[in-house]
Structure formats: structure tokens, C-alpha cells
Design a protein around this ligand. Structure first.
Ligand SMILES: [Zn+2]
Length: 325
């Protein structure tokens, strides 16, 4: 839990160096379609969903993610269900994902970032995300990668500077909760670890008392088909082991059952086609195996309960008969 002094930090005035993107600026094109500095107005409560599901009063939750596609993989179902319940869901993406898999020979980093920006916009439209803010830091590699020394890399950015950018969004939106990653960045990627630091610092700056660390249930994943995060961590020469992915079950405070949103979540993952093509293991899974792996989203909450602790939380595994000897 946060120390008591944290909430007393209070809101701060911060710079507004951000970019807002909308799906309409990417329609029919994967090219950079320009940036705007405008802020999508925050609608009056309930205005964006006239018939929200029954539940607590609508509020805003800001999700901070490292790369385009992380939002769909780790929190897509949660975002969709919050939006369907009438909450305002805002996505902050720290980097352009320049170091992701290039799908076309000759595509340079800027081209890939452009494409991924548009893929994010498409995913956001599916998930009901009201606003996408890109911080425009540069993608970093794994620990020790020379890319981490690139000017503008997110992992080497000053935490306070990035946190002020996120805090500005939290303040503008009147957010009641921020979402980042667990302290090891789910699987150790330096940009993800930085998200943990930045999200917590931003929440402190903006006086937001509830922070959720998105993670995965390491023990759940042990029993199901391979999750993309395991592939990312365990393939290649990253020096990672399964015991460093996510957190053990006992550390998870909030499990969101997203099985009813799986079609939307899968669609949002597939929208990131440059990184998650239909030939990817995750998208080739039969429906029931996909549900086993991606049907729950896990968080470690800091501070008082928030919107993610609502009625949508559920058991980590399907309820079924228990056989006793
Ligand atoms: Zn990532």
C-alpha cells in the first residue's frame, strides 16, 4: 500500500507534451497522418455510454503501456469491460514500438512506428478507448541492448519528466485510478520496468490513490498453453526464466474475468498485425485454449479499491465440479 504521505502530494501543474491520436486519422492508411495537440473533451458523466451496465458510478481509468499491442495483450478485456460499463478508458502509450518485428523488408523504424500507431488506433476503437495519448519516447531493447542508449529511449528517460506527462493526463481526466506494470515489468523489458516507475510516480504527482500493476499469474500460465509474454521472455537470448514472469498467485489482488470480452480482445490483438499476425501461436489457438490463456487479466492493486475491483472480477479458472477422494 502507499504510504500516507503519497496522497498528500497533491495535484501539480505539469507540461502538456503529448499527442492524441484517433482512429479516423489512420483509416485506410498506415502512413503517419499527422499529430494533433488537441485534447478530446471529457464528456459529462455517462455521456459516452447512455446505457451503462449496472455498477458503481462511471469514472476514468488511465492505462499506461510501454508499446503498441501491450494494451490488448495484457489489459484489453479489462478496458473493453470498463468502457462497456460506462467508464472512460484512456490509453497512454510510452513508445512508438520502433524495435518491434518489421514485417516488410526495408521498413525503417519510423515507418514501423507509424504503422503501429495506426494499429493502436484500430485496437482502441475496438476496445472502446476514449482517448489515446502517445508520449513519443523511443522503444528500448532488453537489458544491455545498445538501443537503450539511443537519445529519447523510454527506459533511459528521466522518471520525473515522463511521470509529469502522465500526471498531466491523470489530472485532465480526473482519473480515479492509474494502471501500469508490476515492478519487474511483467517479464523484465526495460521499457516495462520504466512504466512501473512512471505510473506510480505520476499517480503520486496527480494525487491518484489507486494504482494497479498489470501482471500475469505465473502459476496459472504454468497449466495452460503458452502466453505471448512467455514466448517473448523465453525465446531468444534474453536470459530470462519462467520464474521471473509475472507474479505468483498469492500476490495478485485483482483478477478480472474477461471471458465475455474475448472476441473483442482477440480482435484488438489481431489489429496489431505487424506484431501479432494471424499466424501467431496466440491467434492459432482453438477458442477454448485461447480462453484458458487470455480469459483472465491480473493486477496487483496499490491503494484503495477502484473500478477494476468491481463486479467483473471473477475466479481465475472456470468453476467446475471438485472431485474429492
Ligand atoms: Zn511491451
Amino acid at each position: 500500500m502507499y504510504p500516507a504521505s503519497r496522497a498528500a502530494d497533491g495535484p501539480v501543474a505539469v507540461p502538456s507534451s503529448r499527442t492524441d491520436t484517433g482512429p479516423e486519422r489512420c483509416t485506410g492508411s498506415t502512413r503517419r497522418a499527422g499529430k494533433t495537440t488537441g485534447v478530446v473533451p471529457r464528456p459529462s458523466p455517462g455521456a459516452h455510454d447512455p446505457e451503462p451496465d449496472a455498477g458503481p458510478p462511471a469514472s476514468c481509468v488511465v492505462f499506461v503501456h510501454a508499446h503498441p499491442d501491450d494494451e490488448a495483450i495484457f489489459t484489453g478485456g479489462t478496458m473493453a469491460q470498463l468502457a462497456a460499463a460506462g467508464h472512460r478508458v484512456v490509453l497512454v502509450v510510452a513508445t512508438g514500438g520502433e524495435l518491434g518485428a518489421a514485417t516488410e523488408v526495408g521498413r525503417d523504424a519510423a515507418d514501423l512506428a507509424d504503422r503501429r500507431r495506426c494499429e493502436t488506433a484500430a485496437a482502441a476503437a475496438l476496445l472502446g478507448i476514449a482517448r489515446v495519448v502517445t508520449l513519443d519516447y523511443r522503444d528500448s531493447g532488453m537489458a544491455g541492448d545498445p538501443a537503450n542508449d539511443h537519445p529519447g529511449s523510454f527506459s533511459s528517460a528521466a522518471v520525473d519528466l515522463a511521470a509529469k506527462q502522465v500526471a498531466a493526463v491523470l489530472a485532465e481526466e480526473g482519473a480515479v485510478a492509474a494502471v501500469g506494470y508490476d515492478e519487474l515489468g511483467i517479464y523484465g523489458h526495460p521499457d516495462h520496468v520504466q512504466v512501473h516507475r512512471v505510473a506510480h510516480r505520476a499517480a503520486a504527482l496527480a494525487g491518484v490513490g489507486t494504482v494497479y500493476d498489470a501482471t500475469v499469474d505465473r502459476e496459472h500460465l504454468h497449466f495452460v498453453e503458452t502466453h505471448l509474454v512467455e514466448e517473448a521472455a523465453l525465446t531468444g537470448d534474453l536470459g530470462l526464466v519462467r520464474s521471473r514472469i509475472g507474479v505468483p498467485t498469492v500476490e495478485i489482488t485483482t483478477t478480472v474475468d474477461v471471458r465475455r470480452s474475448l472476441a473483442v480482445k482477440r480482435g484488438a490483438m489481431a489489429a496489431h498485425a505487424s506484431q501479432i499476425p494471424e499466424s501467431t501461436s496466440a491467434l492459432l489457438l482453438p477458442e477454448h485454449h485461447f480462453a484458458d490463456v487470455y480469459g483472465w487479466e491480473w493486477y496487483v492493486r496499490w491503494g484503495p479499491p477502484g473500478p477494476l475491483d468491481g463486479a467483473e472480477t471473477g475466479p481465475r479458472r472456470p468453476a467446475g465440479p471438485v472431485s474429492l477422494p
